[in-house]
Design a protein around this ligand. Structure first.
Ligand SMILES: Cc1cc2nc3c(=O)[nH]c(=O)nc-3n(C[C@H](O)[C@H](O)[C@H](O)COP(=O)(O)OP(=O)(O)OC[C@H]3O[C@@H](n4cnc5c(N)ncnc54)[C@H](O)[C@@H]3O)c2cc1C
Length: 474
C-alpha cells in the first residue's frame, strides 16, 4: 500500500491526495455509524485523473469508495474496511452552458445541488430535485443513490432527470454516454444502471441533466388533517382535480411537529389548531395565468366540507411559503436533535399509505411498548420515512433495531412496496434486502456487479456482499 500511496500522490498532486489528519472530515458517514480508516482521500480534478487513479487501485487491489456530499443515510460513502481509497469528486465542479431550447445542462459530478439551483437562477429553467440536504449533496451522489426528494411524484427520481452520463469503470476505461436526449434505446439502458448503483459499478464524472420550465405561478398551503385516512383521501382528491399542477404533497405528524418546535430555534407553527397529520400542498404552473389560488381554495373547501381537512392556511408571501416548507424540511433534524433514532425509508402504493400507518403502529407497540412513531414524507409517491424515537425517558430501543426494520420492511413488501424507497441499501440494508427480496433478484444484482467490476474494487460491501448473503435475518 506504500507504493499505491506514492503512485496516487504522483497522479493527483498535493491538493488531490490527502492522508493522515487531512482526511479526517471524510472518514465517517452522516449518521456516524460507519467509516473504517482509509489509506487516504483522492480529490481528482479531471476525468483523466479519475481514470488513472482507478487503474492504479485496480493493480494494487485497493477498494475505491466514491464520496459526494457525504449526506447519504445508508453508510455507502465511507470505507467498510480499512485501507480503501475515498474518492471525493469535490474538485470537479464545472457547470456547462445551459441548452435553453433543449432543456438540459452538462455538469461535473462534484457540483453541489444548491449551487446548480442558484446558477440556473433566472434562466427560466429549473432542475426540479429538492431535498433537505441540497446544500451539501452533489450530482454524483444524487445519481449514486437515485435520489427522490420532494418533487419526485411530478418530475421523477434522479434516473428520470439524467439524460446522459460519463462514467469511469473499475479498470480505468471511460464510458462516454454524454447524450442530451430523452429517447435513446440503443440497447440496455446503461445510464439508468448507474443511477442508484451507489458507486459499486463505476464513478460518475459528468452528467447531462434534464431541465424543466421554471414555474411562473405558485400556490402553497399548510393543512391540518383529521387522520391518515383523511390524508390519503385528500391527496387523491387533489390529484384528480389539479394533478398536473401538484408540485409538492408533503406530510408530517403531530409528534414530528412537536420535535421541530422543541429542538429547533426560530420556527413557528402558523395554524390555530393541532391535528394528527399536517400536509403541505404546493401547486405550480409555467403560466402565470393559471388561477392556482382559486383551484387550491376550491379543493380545500371541498376537503373541509367532507371533514378531511380541519384547518389550513394559504401562504400569503414568499417568506410564509418558505416557513411552511421549513416545517416539513426540518423533520429529520428535529428528530435527530431529540437523540437516538431509527430511520425506515418505506414506500407503498400511495392508496395504501394509511393502511401501512395503521398496521405499523400496533406492530411497533408490540415490539417495544411506548416507542414514539414519527411518520413523515412524500404523500404523492407513497414514500413514508417511518422513523422512531425511544419511549419517553428511555435511552434506546433495547436491542430491537433490526426487528423493527425487518417487520416494517415486511409489512411494506406485503402491501406491494419497498423497504428502501429513496436512500438505497448502502452497507446498512444488505441483510434486510437478503431477507426481504427473492433469491433471483439478489443473484441478478450479484451477477451484474461481478460482470462490471470483476475484481470487486468499487465500493465493496455495498448493495451486494457475498459474506452477508450467506447470513440469515429473521
Ligand atoms: C437532512 C437530509 C435530508 C435528506 N432528504 C432526502 C430526500 O428527501 N430524498 C432522498 O432521496 N435523499 C435524501 N437524503 C439522503 C441524501 O441526501 C441523498 O442520498 C443524496 O443523494 C446523497 O448525495 P451525496 O452527494 O451526499 O452522496 P454521498 O452520501 O456522498 O454518497 C451517496 C452514494 O453515492 C455514491 N457516489 C457519490 N458520488 C458518486 C459518483 N461521483 N459516482 C458514483 N457514485 C457516487 C457513494 O459512493 C454512495 O454510495 C437526505 C439526507 C439528509 C441528511
Amino acid at each position: 500500500m506504500a507504493d499505491l500511496d506514492a503512485t496516487l500522490a504522483e497522479i493527483l498532486g498535493p491538493r488531490g491526495w490527502l492522508s493522515g489528519s487531512e482526511a479526517d472530515s471524510y472518514r465517517r458517514d452522516w449518521l456516524d455509524r460507519y467509516g473504517a480508516e482509509p489509506l487516504g482521500v483522492a480529490r481528482p480534478a479531471s476525468t483523466d485523473e479519475v481514470s488513472r487513479l482507478l487503474a492504479a487501485c485496480r493493480v494494487a487491489g485497493a477498494a475505491v469508495v466514491p464520496q459526494g456530499g457525504n449526506t447519504g443515510l445508508c453508510g455507502a460513502s465511507v470505507c467498510g474496511r480499512a485501507g480503501g481509497v475515498i474518492l471525493s469528486l469535490a474538485r470537479m465542479t464545472a457547470i456547462g452552458d445551459v441548452d435553453g431550447a433543449g432543456g438540459s445542462v452538462e455538469v461535473e459530478a462534484g457540483v453541489v445541488l444548491d449551487r446548480l439551483h442558484q446558477t440556473l437562477g433566472s434562466s427560466g429553467l429549473i432542475f426540479p430535485m429538492h431535498l433537505g440536504a441540497e446544500g451539501s449533496a452533489q450530482i454524483g451522489g444524487l445519481i449514486g443513490t437515485n435520489a427522490g426528494g420532494s418533487h419526485a411524484a411530478r418530475y421523477g427520481m434522479m434516473q428520470d432527470l439524467v439524460l446522459g452520463l460519463e462514467v469511469v469503470l473499475a479498470d480505468g476505461s471511460v464510458w462516454n454516454g454524454l447524450r442530451g436526449v430523452q429517447k435513446d434505446n440503443a440497447g440496455y439502458q446503461l445510464r439508468r444502471l448507474f443511477c442508484g448503483a451507489e458507486g459499486t459499478l463505476g464513478i460518475v464524472t459528468k452528467a447531462v441533466l434534464r431541465l424543466h420550465p421554471a414555474p411562473k405561478g405558485r400556490a402553497t398551503a399548510l393543512l391540518c388533517l383529521a387522520s391518515a385516512d383523511a390524508l390519503v383521501a385528500f391527496g387523491a382528491r387533489l390529484r384528480s382535480e389539479a394533478g398536473e399542477f401538484v408540485n409538492g404533497l408533503e406530510f408530517f405528524c403531530d409528534l414530528g411537529l412537536d420535535l421541530v418546535l422543541k429542538n429547533l430555534d426560530g420556527i413557528d407553527f402558523p395554524l390555530e389548531s393541532r391535528a394528527p397529520f399536517y400536509l403541505l400542498v404546493e401547486l405550480t404552473a409555467s403560466s402565470a395565468k393559471v388561477p392556482l389560488d382559486e383551484i387550491l381554495e376550491e379543493v380545500l373547501t371541498a376537503g373541509m366540507e367532507e371533514g378531511l381537512v380541519t384547518d389550513g392556511a394559504l401562504a400569503q408571501s414568499e417568506a410564509q411559503r418558505l416557513a411552511f416548507w421549513r416545517l416539513r424540511e426540518e423533520q429529520p433534524e428535529g428528530q435527530r436533535l431529540e437523540g437516538t433514532q431509527l430511520k425506515h425509508d418505506i414506500s407503498v402504493p400511495p392508496g395504501k399509505l394509511a393502511r401501512f400507518i395503521a398496521e405499523a403502529a400496533p406492530l411497533c407497540e408490540a415490539i417495544l411498548p411506548g416507542v414514539r412513531l414519527n411518520p413523515f414524507g412524500h404523500l404523492g409517491d407513497g414514500n413514508v420515512h417511518y422513523n422512531l424515537s425511544p419511549a419517553a425517558g428511555a435511552p434506546d430501543f433495547a436491542g430491537h433495531g433490526q426487528r423493527f426494520a425487518v417487520e416494517l420492511g415486511r409489512l411494506a413488501s406485503e402491501l406491494g412496496g419497498s423497504f428502501a424507497a429513496e436512500h438505497g441499501l448502502g452497507r446498512a440494508k444488505i441483510a434486510l434486502a437478503n431477507a426481504l427480496r427473492g433469491a433471483v433478484e439478489r443473484d441478478l444484482m450479484g451477477r451484474i456487479k461481478a460482470a462490471i467490476d470483476p475484481a470487486g474494487i468499487l465500493n465493496p460491501g455495498v448493495i451486494v456482499d457475498p459474506v452477508l448473503a450467506r447470513q440469515n435475518v429473521s
